[in-house]
Write a protein that binds this ligand. Sequence first.
Ligand code: HEC
Length: 236
Amino acid sequence: MKQAEKEDYLQNYDLLKKRGKPFFPYAVLKDASMMLVVFVVVAVMAIVLGAEQGPKADPTTTTYVPRPEWYFFFLFEVLRVLKPPWLVPIATVGIPTVAIVLLLLLPFYDRNAERRPERRPIAMIAAVMSISAMAYLTFLGASAGTPTEIDQPAPPGTEAGLQVAAQSGCLACHKIGENGNDGPGPELTEIGDMLPRAAIARSLQVGPAIMPSYAELPPKKFDDLTAYLAALNGNE
Ligand code: HEC
């Protein structure tokens, strides 16, 4: 800031200070009454509406779809988009930490005394861009396909089997294309090229190692599922 500007600013500040009201009790009273209002509203809502608790936790489920609270959807989306494992710490710890440190240091590197938004183009562009990016990521995260969806076309005629695979929790342990977890089970993207349909069906009935048995699936679903897996050859 230039010297003249600074003196001008301090003069104005002095003037306003003399004209204004002291923080205590005026501002304190205002804040305290607003806090009381918010507190009463939250208390009344808690008593009248109660809190939604959802279904009881089931520790044996293999098809649970973990989702964050909505205000974490933007981070969740960043994690979803960054596939390589070495990028994950950067997304979960690195980027948020850098953003918070930048915000904390703002008073030190932004020495501009100007308050009008239109005279602060850099700060305004940065703010609008961060908010838009977060809003966009939140939207993507909220509308993202769940781990119980297989986001790639099924080989012709096996659409029903894709749905069975998606809803049976296979993606918790297997990868199909870009969907699902890489392990503990082997990738299934080209399973049709590696195993004949009968062998796939046997794997599903037996449930090798830690894999659960899917022998209890209704026969139609079981057939759809094996048809789908047998047709997976990585050409889609
Ligand atoms: C709890 C984790 C888990 C789930 C859920 C699971 N699997 Fe598996 N699956 C495995 C593991 C681990 C293996 C490898 C077992 C072994 O070493 O023999 C395997 C093996 C297989 C194989 C044999 C692959 C090969 O190359 O021999 C097929 C096919 C298969 N799974 C399909 C499925 C399908 C389809 C589903 C969903 C209906 C499913 N799995 C669900 C863990 C799982």
